[in-house]
Design a protein around this ligand. Sequence first.
Ligand code: GLU
Length: 507
Amino acid sequence: MKVRVRFAPSPTGPLHMGGVRTALYNYLFAKKHDGDFILRVEDTDEKRFVPGAQQYIIDSLKWCGIEPNEGAGYSGDKGPYIQSERKHLYGPYAKQLVESGHAYMAFDTAEDLENMRDQAKQQGLPNWQYNGVTRSSMKNSISLSKEEVEKRLAAGEPYTIRMKMPRNEDIKFEDEIRGWVTVNTNNLDDKVLMKPTGMPTYHLANIVDDHLMEISHVIRGEEWLPSAPLHVLLYDAFGWDRPKFAHLPLILRPDGNGKLSKRDGDKLGFPVFPINWTTADGELYSGYKEAGFFKGAFINMLSLLGWNPGNNEELFNLEEMVEKFSLERVGKSGARFDPDKTKWFNQQYLRSTSNEDLAKMVQDQIGDQDHSAEYISQVCGLMKERATFIQDIINDGDYFLGDVSAYDEKTVRKKWKEDTPSIMTELLEELKGISDWNTEAIEKVFSAYLEKNEYGFGKVGPGFRLLVTGKGMGPSMFDICAVLGKEKVIGRMEEGLQKVNDLKASV
Ligand code: GLU
């Protein structure tokens, strides 16, 4: 049987990173088994529809590099892949269930249901349900006489179609991650399958579509596990083969306290969305892309939220993930999201990116035209060991891209001593004498100067760095000077001396 999996989000808002993880695991599973990865948009809940969400989902998967090969926004011969465009398909299936006695028509109005809930509450039963016990006191095709039902239908009275949940039956299915799951039907209610508007609910549409689209494995979040027994019953009621189920563990907040929610990101200071999302009211939710994360790092981090390769390896590109992924190695317990670890992944990706590629990203970001690609590559080579984001190269290495605009006050206060100006003047003279300006030559002259005067590095190094870069820290000064070039270094030292002396007097 061909592996066919689907990612079936509802366009009720932007795709949270938990949703991206579900899409990723589906993608990996499909690719691993030479199968299909389908995108189906489940928009049957008209009240919660959010314009733009569908495009956001497509754009997000695209950015992550985990694109479907079939589905909404893609081609395929099992479409349409947007449920609202399939609306006409579901009615006959609901009818079939009514005719086979697995479902029934219910005429209760919203008000009727409200009254029942209120009455039950007054009797100390807060969780009233429409089920095998209560359905006999409601207005439906089971409790009403045949004539009465026909009269109501002839009068065009609106009705819902509900699942007739059997009494006291154990529903069993084997989850690929959790093993055998057994639920007694007495704990389940008569879920609505078809609304009076003719729109199916999630449950009916989901099962009909998974069947028609020949889905072999349903891989989705743990929050859908409570719905699975109903889904299993529906497959059986239709007489269709059940797909295999795999319910992925929850993604937990960094403190391990509960599920990571859409709101946590902004509260706790990290993105929870793949790309930026702006609400209709203009509120911005930040995305990993815009926060400067590499898509590879983001996906790599997500791959390990619930799955592990069985050893200590942590860094994989997408092909390696496909090769190593298996549902057997997905755990049951919640996976804690770690924002610091996410940054660590980015750092590793940045380090392993070539200087040339980093240079292109830096130039794209700053729109720089003044420097050659080769110069920016050298800068990236020096800065990448200390950077987590491209922006760090730009910020921490600003002295490579422009003049020194400020001097680090703390360094001025602590390291610019009374004798530093004269030491810098002497060092400057030594440096001026270098004819072949390169790292080794600069280092040699610098070391010789220290030796001659019996100075330690700490007496000369910080002042030198301050004049040339304005900073208290950074890569090797000899490398920095070699990249900047003799003229710039000499110029900065000459100009900086007076400026830092003035600053020293004021801090
Ligand atoms: N539409 C559901 C969601 O929003 C899909 C659940 C499933 O995969 O069956 O997540």
